[in-house]
Design a protein around this ligand. Structure first.
Ligand SMILES: [Zn+2]
Length: 477
């Protein structure tokens, strides 16, 4: 049992074409302050209108996270002052969010981990500040309101995560989920997925300790490092007889440490009150059912299908659904007639292994589902051995037809058994010492003879055939 208690809050930017409450373009990387209007700039008299598409995306995410949907979820004003928030308040959901009490289950280690979701709600984003030079000495700041009013879904977990590795795996799984259902790019470097973590060390009696929040982590790695640092800092502090202070800290990328922020930021009173300009978000069972039906499959659902229909292991199904590209690639190969198990093994072990070695990735090479399925089918039909197939991988990745390469390199399997019998005979003749030992009862040596014959065949003989013919020959000794 870990002594750590971790909870995570994630903000996901939804991919709707326009912002949450106005018609401005919702896009990343445009010229600053070009996608703005009286509504998102908070000019007097401007009235917000809810974005139907963004609302649907929020519902999709809530359903994908197995949440209970609240059919009436009112909007509130969260009041605070900051230069990136021209209205002086943020429109958000509060006491009754759109979804509650869900969970996300994902592959972790050799098994699965389930993280319980407390709530998911919709809100609008703030603008973005740019400080010139070193933030502590900066003499000027600029603000871009393009992001102001962009649709966000906030997802809060229960404090049920026990290690920094689990936290990182949860973030990875959540990003994968939003990409699969197509509601967000999930790109952390563009700020489309941002996370805050809170962490505490349990008291000796098992009760929760004082929690510390680390805000604005912008990569999976930063989240993990910040948690590792905090775990150590808090454990050391407690071991020395100190007490952990409830506070918000920020993570310093260059040193891997966290540092306290001004304590008065702890004393926020947001004066929430119902948004008078907007009706509550209202949904009903039939709308929810319709969204559920039309929604793309989640990685979890696809993995389940792979296990059931193709007989893949839970682990393999998890690896194949780790990103959308790999899943689509695999499915295309199977559609082309390649056997699922063999395709899975070539794709996740041989190809990925080769990619890792060469620093490549799917989509960066000339490898297509057609080329890989051709290779797998050659193995499936017994025309080339597994061993030979592995040697062709660099060629297939470079865009060559495996059948052509196999023929050119003379790798097509020796189907003529008399040729293999001849090889068995030679191996037995060439290894009298081992033959003698075998005769004296060292039967484990059959493996040695099989290996020698396979080697002599240059990987062109099928292992099962060689095994059968070697055993027959040895039994006649
Ligand atoms: Zn606007």
């Amino acid at each position: 049992m870990s002594d750590l208690v971790i909870g995570i809050e994630v903000h996901v930017q939804l991919l709707s074409a326009t912002k949450m409450f106005c018609g401005c373009k919702n896009s990343f990387g445009d010229e600053p302050n070009t996608n703005v209007c009286p509504v998102c700039l908070g000019l007097p008299g401007a009235l917000p209108v809810v974005n139907e598409k963004a609302t649907q995306m929020g519902l999709q995410l809530a359903l994908a996270l197995n949440c209970k949907i609240n059919e009436v979820a009112p909007y509130y004003r969260k009041n605070y002052f900051y230069p990136d928030l021209p209205k002086g308040y943020q429109i958000t959901q509060y006491a009754t969010p759109l979804g509650q009490k869900g969970f996300l289950e994902f592959p972790f280690g050799k098994g699965k981990k389930r993280v319980d979701i407390t709530r998911i709600h919709l809100e609008e984003d703030a603008g973005k500040m740019f400080h010139s030079g070193d933030i502590t000495k900066s003499s000027s700041s600029l603000v871009d309101y393009n992001r102001c009013g962009a649709p966000l879904a906030e997802i809060v977990t229960e404090p049920c995560i026990e290690t920094p590795e689990e936290a990182q795996a949860y973030l990875f799984a959540l990003r994968n989920l939003v990409r699969f259902i197509g509601i967000s790019t999930g790109n952390m470097e563009e700020g489309a997925l941002r996370c805050d973590v809170n962490v505490s060390v349990k008291n000796p009696d098992g009760s929760f300790g004082t929690k510390v929040e680390v805000k604005n982590l912008n990569s999976f790695r930063s989240a993990r490092r910040a948690l590792e640092f905090e775990a150590k800092r808090q454990r050391d502090l407690i071991a020395q007889g100190g007490q952990v202070t409830a506070e918000t800290r920020h993570f310093i990328e260059s040193t891997g440490e966290t540092a306290g922020m001004r304590s008065k930021e702890e004393l926020n009173d947001y004066r929430y009150f119902p948004e008078p300009d907007l009706p509550p978000m209202v949904t009903n069972t039939s709308q929810i059912e319709k969204i559920r039906q039309e929604m793309p499959k989640t990685p979890g659902q696809i993995a389940e299908k792979f296990e059931k229909e193709y007989g893949l292991s839970q682990y393999d199904a998890g690896v194949l659904t780790q990103d959308k590209e790999t899943t689509a690639f695999f499915e295309e190969c199977v559609k082309n007639g390649a056997s699922p198990k063999k395709t899975c093994s070539f794709l996740t072990v041989e190809i990925q292994g080769y990619f890792a070695k060469e620093g490549l990735s799917l989509g960066q090479t000339k490898l297509t589902p057609k080329l890989l399925s051709e290779l797998v089918k050659l193995v499936d039909s017994g025309q080339i051995t597994n061993q030979s197939a592995k040697t062709i991988i660099p060629d297939v990745v470079a865009g060559s037809s495996s059948e052509k390469v196999a023929k050119e390199r003379n790798l097509i399997v020796i189907e003529d058994e008399s040729a293999i019998i001849e090889l068995v005979k030679q191996v037995i003749e060439n290894n009298p010492k081992q033959v003698e030992q075998y005769k004296q009862g060292k039967t484990a040596l059959s493996g040695f003879f099989i290996g020698q014959v396979l080697k002599a065949s240059c990987g062109k003989a099928q292992a099962e055939t060689v095994k059968r013919l070697v055993e027959e020959a040895l039994s006649r000794l």
